[in-house]
Design a protein around this ligand. Structure first.
Ligand SMILES: Cc1cc2nc3c(=O)[nH]c(=O)nc-3n(C[C@H](O)[C@H](O)[C@H](O)COP(=O)(O)OP(=O)(O)OC[C@H]3O[C@@H](n4cnc5c(N)ncnc54)[C@H](O)[C@@H]3O)c2cc1C
Length: 413
């Protein structure tokens, strides 16, 4: 057993003891789960209460340091915790916490102060406080670093003005991860700063947008003279882009990892539909087999990428999982509709649910429509291909004439 530092920004009080072999790490997690279940009534305790105790036991984000909801072990062991605690009846965190869990928590861990970690990680895990991501703007999606929302320092506060869009859960969240322009006179990547914003602050208006599935998953968010205390700044002034990359890379991990088991998830549903279908043509069977193999290759690729990942900032290679998961899901659900035939035309309910808890929930036709978003959210497939080309394969970068010009001088639509 060695003492070691857990990540680039680890503070001395977060140093922890970890087992060094995968076997020892797994044993540690099993023992902690057993002890947790021995000390807690898994099914008879209030949901928030037991999730809070799970955090305190280091079984929330196992790869985080002790004191931050983790044990400093490999992230792959998170699944083991879910299996062991889930089997005993401990409630799972709500699906709506995905932005906080997948993106907020690793960003706060990597770049937050001790005080920010203490304040935010626990209620983020229990779901008492939902999170949203205030990044995209009407004229800055793929070209995110061109964003125009301004934050101007006034005493101990920053005053924020601008508009965000496609903000998932923006109308339900308690906290938002915001990037805003604090210096328009330097090149676009350099003039950004990252803030944690209380979504109930005066001057924030979140207007839900209805999408083609029927529900309102995201909002446009207007920020008018919103005062954000400097204490809620994450990282240094001008470091916003670097910190945003932590959020984005973790988003790609969250969107690209999918269900773990062989034949599980969308491909499992397609096989089930196939088995139940009254008429099954040879052509569809070939398509199903081909997609099953692709899903299995993707599962193994994601497993390999997961082995290499520890706490902190995942690498650009996770764009492979994000890209392949999005495109494969669309093709699998298209095949599902082919298998279902005319039944596809019955759409269930078009009521504006506000929003569904789980993006992958509901009837197959809804999932087919929702899967359109998989190649857009978290960076489009074209953008993932650019990242893979430049940062994984080392191909020449796209020509960019705005890289070294002050943002103020770059023409914008
Ligand atoms: C369901 C859903 C949820 C979302 N949730 C959030 C959220 O919570 N918070 C948030 O901030 N954002 C969110 N987004 C926004 C998402 O990140 C953006 O939609 C995405 O980054 C694309 O930006 P854009 O829509 O402005 O499209 P654009 O950037 O305008 O792109 C238009 C088209 O041009 C292509 N393109 C652009 N640049 C290039 C290039 N350099 N090379 C090749 N092709 C290019 C794109 O691939 C795309 O096909 C969400 C989106 C969806 C669909």
């Amino acid at each position: 057993v060695f003492k070691h530092d857990n990540g680039p920004n680890a503070n001395t009080d977060l140093l922890l003891y970890t087992a060094v072999t995968p076997y020892e790490e797994e044993q540690l997690v099993r023992e902690r789960c057993e002890a947790f279940l021995g000390q807690n009534d898994a099914t008879g305790t209030d949901r928030t209460e037991i999730l809070g105790r799970q955090f305190d036991a280091g079984l929330a984000f196992v790869h985080f340091p002790e004191g931050c909801g983790g044990l400093g072990v490999s992230p792959r062991l998170g699944r083991l915790v879910n299996d062991l605690l889930g089997a005993a009846g401990v409630p799972r965190p709500a699906a709506r916490t995905i932005i906080g869990h997948g993106m907020g928590a690793p960003t706060i861990l990597a770049h937050g102060s001790d005080e920010q970690r203490r304040r935010h990680l626990r209620p983020l895990f229990t779901g008492e406080e939902l999170w949203c991501q205030l990044f995209s703007e009407p004229s800055a999606g793929s070209d995110l670093s061109a964003l125009a929302t301004r934050a101007v320092r006034e005493g101990d506060d920053w005053v924020v003005n601008g508009q965000k869009v496609w903000t998932s859960l923006g109308h339900l969240a308690k906290w938002g991860m915001l990037i805003a322009r604090t210096d328009p006179d330097v090149p676009k990547h350099k003039g950004l700063t990252y803030f944690l914003v209380d979504m109930q602050s005066p001057g924030i208006q979140a207007v839900p947008l209805r999408q083609m599935t029927g529900e309102s998953e995201f909002s446009e968010v207007y920020l008018s003279d919103v005062r954000v205390p400097d204490a809620q700044r994450l990282g240094d002034v001008g470091e916003g882009w670097k910190i945003a990359l932590t959020t984005l890379m973790n988003e790609r991990v969250a969107l690209g990892s999918g269900k773990s088991g062989r034949g599980a998830g969308p491909i499992g549903e397609a096989v089930e539909l196939w088995n139940a279908a009254p008429q099954r043509g040879t052509a569809l069977r070939h398509d199903l087999t081909r997609l099953w193999i692709e899903a299995e290759v993707l599962r193994l690729t994601n497993l390999r990428a997961g082995q290499a990942r520890r706490a902190g900032v995942p690498g650009p290679e996770h764009s492979v999982g994000k890209l392949a998961t999005g495109e494969l899901k669309q093709r699998i659900y298209a095949l599902c509709l082919d298998i279902m035939g005319a039944e596809t035309l019955l759409y269930g309910s078009y009521d504006n649910e506000n929003p569904r808890a789980d993006n992958d929930a509901g009837f197959v036709q809804r999932k087919f429509l929702r899967a359109r978003a998989n190649t857009i959210e978290g960076g489009t497939s074209e953008v993932q291909r650019n990242i893979i080309a430049e940062r994984v394969l080392g191909l020449p970068a796209e020509p960019r004439d705005d890289k070294n010009r002050p943002w103020r001088e770059v023409p914008r639509g």
